[in-house]
Design a protein around this ligand. Sequence first.
Ligand code: AMP
Length: 293
Amino acid sequence: MRHLPQAITQSVQVFYTGAEWSEIRLRLLQKNFQIGLVPTMGALHQGHLDLVKRSKENCGVTVVSIFVNPTQFNNPEDFAKYPQSLNDDLDLLKTEGADYVFTPSVETMYPQKSQMTLDFGPLERVLEGAFRPGHFNGVGLIVSKLFHLIQPHVAFFGQKDLQQVAIIKRLVLDLSFPIEIQTVPTRRENDGLAMSSRNRRLDAVSREKSLLLFQSLSWAKEELLNGTSWLEVQQKVNRNFKQTEGVSLEYFELVGTESFEILKAFDPDQKSSLCVAAEVGKVRLIDNLPVNA
Ligand code: AMP
């Protein structure tokens, strides 16, 4: 592991274009720094900062990108209401010791409307892919653009978006990006709610009800490990969501952790994860829990 000179660690440097970065990058490579990239959409919380911390542990230089990517939103209202807090984000990143922050404009990332569609096959026919048509095309596009512009050695993603991790790993494999992908565990609030930028939009009542996601995941995991059948577990969870006013379940599924194949039964010898998505009030939340690592 290499350490940066003091002068660079004391402040975070913001840049806006690939051209600016090319110059900075050349200088860093001359000093043999490993470059870590943490892609985000801003409105940062401790979960994002865990990724920054991991990058700092592994790389001499950490670049955080903050860009609310329009092409990954299938719902215009969700995009319009996505929280933004750039000044607070920069303060947090300074404290955490990130080195560079890339905050491009939409025009920089999409000089023209993209004509290209990325299809991830079976991986995107289920769960987030099925419920948010076009979402992973947008994710694949923006992550490919970031990989080309920043050219990091390592990129860091959160387990919170488990299907996204599978998509990115596929992207790296299929397009031969010479980039290592590291996954960082989900950071939760004390009561179990997975941290998310969207949590800021929950009112007090919805915040309380949002606990149903993690509680259901934890309960289901325990039942599966105790031998209850998946069908029975799933039915009970579905019923419980139906009975909770103000919460609308999209899916509660058991999947192969890497294949994202929907499983009909729990097999203790196969790596599997529980995944959930629900609208709480008007806020769409997702979460997941590995059953057997
Ligand atoms: P986002 O800004 O929501 O696009 O997230 C940027 C990155 O942070 C993604 O790789 C997410 O998976 C990750 N992330 C978001 N929330 C969490 C969390 N609670 N714990 C760990 N990583 C997270």
